[in-house]
Design a protein around this ligand. Structure first.
Ligand SMILES: Cc1cc2nc3c(=O)[nH]c(=O)nc-3n(C[C@H](O)[C@H](O)[C@H](O)COP(=O)(O)OP(=O)(O)OC[C@H]3O[C@@H](n4cnc5c(N)ncnc54)[C@H](O)[C@@H]3O)c2cc1C
Length: 396
């Protein structure tokens, strides 16, 4: 809680919308003078209580935007699948996160990652047991709240236990900056990140669906693979009365808004943490295009792209042994069909109007009005449809 006179940290340290909302400054402040607060679009930014602040400068030193942590060298790339089909089914890609998490827990360590809490907010939490780990599996397409997890993870490391900390590239950069030094037993995993949508937009969507169906949502899964992994997976909601909603990303209004890049965090449009060299030990992603690169690794149940950046990352992957199927690939093949690995999303021209009307329009109408695909995408789609009609499919 911030008391007395406070200013936004953006004013204080002059980083403006480059702030990624990682919580490193809040976690590090020895005076508890910094608290994260949502702005009008729902993203968290630090606010500094000037009466408590002693101007020690630690917040600037742990900010990964102002003082970027060092990066590990150019990675080695692999296509990987967990051999356990059930684990892979409950994961977004090839289930590598679940396998690594399982190993850390078996070794008495703790795993940090993103779960949806009881009110379906995306929050970083700690798992010490397999049940907790399952809550972290699967992508949640909304920016998570780090809360006190950086400090919890540091305390566990200092007590000599292993820690796997996972998150977006900026969250891992924030965590490494917060730690300020290497720790034995730490494994940091980031993801290839398209960008993170606003928690307010997700909240508004949940409210819209609950009002529409007249019943509370108990669980949400962003990527159901039942119809196959490559087709683009469905969002799935489970209601309190046992009913289920499942829709393709092309037809669900939340997924459309996310994929049209209208409500990503401002810093995501000029992300400083993309690229091949990263502070993490391992980067995980979907291996889009695997059917062309290593068809033997493609059964449409999900294949992970794994970029290994450090000796700690390499030994963690080696330890998985027979539980992991893997094939080495070239970096070019690895990222050719995954531009978000290295390139930021383009800003959307209607973002301001979208937020202005977020609370006043029905969510589906809002998305229909402001999230139409660009003219170029619509022309490409139409040309594609005509080509498919003119060139008949080969009978299989
Ligand atoms: C917002 C977002 C955007 C993504 N964009 C791309 C992309 O453009 N291209 C691509 O190839 N892959 C992308 N991914 C990553 C991909 O969806 C898988 O998460 C990744 O391949 C790991 O899959 P897995 O099967 O190994 O494990 P899973 O069990 O699916 O992975 C879960 C992991 O993701 C983490 N996670 C889940 N939600 C969040 C969140 N909101 N913030 C931070 N961490 C989270 C968990 O902590 C855990 O470490 C994105 C993920 C997220 C969350």
């Amino acid at each position: 809680m911030v008391h007395g006179r406070s200013v936004t940290a953006a004013q204080y340290v002059d980083i403006g919308q480059a702030c990624v909302g990682c919580h490193a400054c809040e976690a590090a402040c020895p005076q508890n003078a910094i608290a994260m607060a949502a702005d009008s679009t729902g993203f968290l930014y630090p606010a500094v209580d000037l009466e408590r602040c002693t101007e020690c400068g630690l917040c600037r030193r742990v900010c990964p935007v102002l003082t970027p942590p060092s990066r590990n060298p150019y990675p080695k790339a692999y296509a990987c699948v967990a051999r356990d089909d059930a684990l892979r089914h409950s994961s977004s890609s090839g289930g590598v996160f679940g396998l690594l998490g399982w190993r850390v827990i078996e070794a008495g360590g703790a795993v940090f990652g993103v779960a949806l809490d009881d009110s379906l907010e995306a929050v970083h939490v700690r798992a010490d047991a397999h049940a907790g780990l399952m809550q972290l599996q699967g992508s949640k397409y909304v920016q998570s709240r780090i809360g006190s997890t950086y400090a919890q993870a540091r305390d566990i490391l200092e007590a000599g236990r292993m820690v796997l900390f996972s998150g977006t590239p900026c969250q891992i950069a924030g965590f490494k900056s917060f730690l300020g030094r290497d720790h034995e037993g730490l494994l940091c995993i980031d993801i290839v990140c398209h960008g993170v949508p606003s928690p307010s937009v997700w909240r508004r969507y949940v409210q819209f669906q609950e009002e529409r169906y007249g019943v509370r949502i108990l669980e949400a899964r962003f990527r159901n693979k039942t119809e196959g992994w490559r087709r683009g997976q469905d969002i799935e909601l489970e209601f309190d009365n046992g009913a289920e909603y499942r829709e393709t990303p092309a037809r669900d209004p939340y997924m459309l808004a996310f994929l049209q890049d209208i409500c990503l965090r401002p810093s995501c449009y000029a992300c400083r943490f993309k690229g091949l060299e990263r502070p993490s030990d391992i980067t995980l992603a979907d291996f889009w295009g695997i059917e062309h690169v290593a068809p033997q690794m493609d059964d449409d149940k999900g294949t992970s792209l794994v970029l290994v950046h450090s000796p700690a990352g390499s030994s963690a992957i080696d330890c998985l042994g027979q539980e992991l199927g893997s094939v080495a690939v070239s970096i070019n093949d690895a990222i050719e069909r995954n531009p978000p690995a290295v390139r930021s999303a383009a800003p959307h021209s209607k973002t301001a109007a979208f937020y202005r009307n977020l609370d006043s329009m029905p969510f589906d109408g809002l998305v229909r009005k402001y999230c139409r695909p660009s003219l170029l995408r619509r022309v490409r789609g139409r040309v594609g449809r005509i080509v498919r009609q003119v060139v008949p499919r080969r009978a299989s």
